[in-house]
Design a protein around this ligand. Structure first.
Ligand SMILES: NC(=O)c1ccc[n+]([C@@H]2O[C@H](COP(=O)([O-])OP(=O)(O)OC[C@H]3O[C@@H](n4cnc5c(N)ncnc54)[C@H](OP(=O)(O)O)[C@@H]3O)[C@@H](O)[C@H]2O)c1
Length: 397
């Protein structure tokens, strides 16, 4: 029985993980859970899964969850809160496997501490690897534990890499659906609305990653994620637009062979793969190969999607540049979702924030978090200048 912690249990990946756990009750058991602000779902999940520990973001919500669980006769569930609570969930002695699925840098400390505590970690939270990939992968190597990618592209690469040795790999090819604006002319980008940007053609995901998919920043993060996870330089990680999202990614070997991974577009499959690695177990997530008609590919339009180029730049520079990239994107996407800036302002804010941030050296998670705070402040100042209408008023997150 594998005992599982889910960081971000109320989110899209968190709920899919619970659905996988539900399908294999003889293999997996929920041990601890961590959520953000969705107190209602947190209560439902606590009642359904009866974890040893439940963490929720705010102290007040934790008090109320504790009281509700007591009234429901579940006072044995320990309710904790905040960053320390999430770390407790991730490092609990009764946990074997941690699914890291909090969105953004809020999941970093707990993910790093899980690795440090010798847990096997399934990583959905790509921001952790973007901002602190060198530190996390070094710690995982030290602990002798694998970091198992849940992000579908990296999960696909992980599967393809089982077909050869790392020194036999020529290139990693990450596929990109191209997002909702693949065919939209650049001249129309200025008038893109939040609703249009949230309409992803193939995946149903959280809001931030959906906007990141529309700007191709998500693919840029994935380039950095691939560099850190598989220890390859950015020039050996290529992006190819593949609108059907049928092939989740590919690995090209030195002899010219290319291995691709195909499966349904359902995150439960990479989650199941990570949870059972190195085994494979039967599932109902079948892909109907006989129905496959088209596999289209084209290079990404770097001029239309400048976020991708910014990510390559940050991947090559490393250090604080990747922190600035992520922090500025988080600030810019929040401002866009709040209707404060336009779609084209997102890469401008990121570019300006990155340009004003020296690469520096990252020696600890504390330093990463400090640089993240600095980059966020800087990005808010930049975003403030780009704010629609009145220049006065705070850019919020
Ligand atoms: N969704 C996908 O298909 C997909 C695919 C690949 C990779 N990913 C990556 O997986 C991560 C999660 O994505 P998602 O789509 O599942 O996002 P999501 O639906 O927005 O869920 C985010 C989760 O993080 C929790 N959270 C946010 N801030 C928190 C905090 N300060 N403390 C504790 N928990 C906090 C949220 O809690 P509340 O809801 O309770 O506030 C929620 O459970 C992201 O890094 C994303 O890039 C997602």
């Amino acid at each position: 029985m594998k005992r599982i912690a889910i960081l971000g249990s109320t989110g899209s990946i968190g709920r899919s993980t619970l659905s996988v756990v539900e399908s294999y009750p003889d293999r997996f058991q929920v041990s601890t859970l961590a959520a953000g602000n969705n107190a209602e779902l947190a209560f439902e999940q606590a009642v359904r899964w009866k974890p040893h520990v439940f963490s929720i973001a705010k102290e007040q919500e934790a008090d109320s969850l504790r009281a509700k669980l007591r009234s429901a006769g579940l006072s044995e569930i320990e309710v904790v809160h905040g960053a320390a609570g999430t770390v407790r969930v991730a490092t609990h002695p009764e946990v074997d496997f941690v699914v890291s699925a909090i969105v953004g840098v809020s999941g970093l400390e707990a993910t790093y501490e899980a690795v440090r505590a010798g847990k096997t970690v399934g990583l959905a939270n790509k921001e952790c690897l973007v901002v602190a990939g060198e530190l996390i992968t070094a710690e995982a190597r030290k602990q002798g534990k694998p970091l198992l990618p849940i992000d579908s592209e990296h999960n696909a690469v992980h599967q393809c890499l089982r077909g050869g040795r790392m020194d036999e790999v020529a290139r990693i090819w990450l596929t990109a659906s191209g997002g909702p604006f693949l065919k939209t002319p650049k001249s129309e980008f200025a008038s893109i609305t939040v609703q249009q940007a949230l309409n992803h053609p193939t995946w149903k995901m959280g809001k931030r990653i959906t906007i990141d998919s529309a700007t191709l920043m998500n693919k840029g993060f994935e380039v950095i994620e691939a560099c850190r996870l598989f220890n390859v330089p950015p020039e050996r990680v290529q992006v190819v637009v593949h609108p059907q999202s049928t092939i989740h990614s590919l690995v090209e070997f030195v002899d010219g062979s290319i291995l691709a991974q195909i499966s349904v577009t359902d995150m439960r499959l990479p989650i199941l793969y990570a949870l059972t690695y190195p085994e494979r177990i039967p599932s109902e997530l079948r892909f109907s190969i006989g129905d496959l008609r088209h596999l289209d590919f084209c290079p990404p339009d770097m001029a239309k999607f400048p976020c991708l180029g910014l990510a390559y730049e940050a991947a090559a520079a490393g250090g604080a540049k990747t922190i600035a990239l992520n922090a500025a994107d988080e600030v810019a996407v929040a401002a866009f979702l709040n209707g404060q800036i336009g779609f084209e302002d997102i890469p401008r804010i990121i570019g300006e924030t990155m340009a004003a941030t020296p690469a520096g050296h990252l020696e600890s998670i504390k330093k990463v978090l400090a640089l993240d705070t600095e980059a966020r402040l800087l990005a808010k100042e930049v975003a403030q200048r780009r704010r629609k209408g009145s220049p006065i008023g705070a850019i919020s997150q």
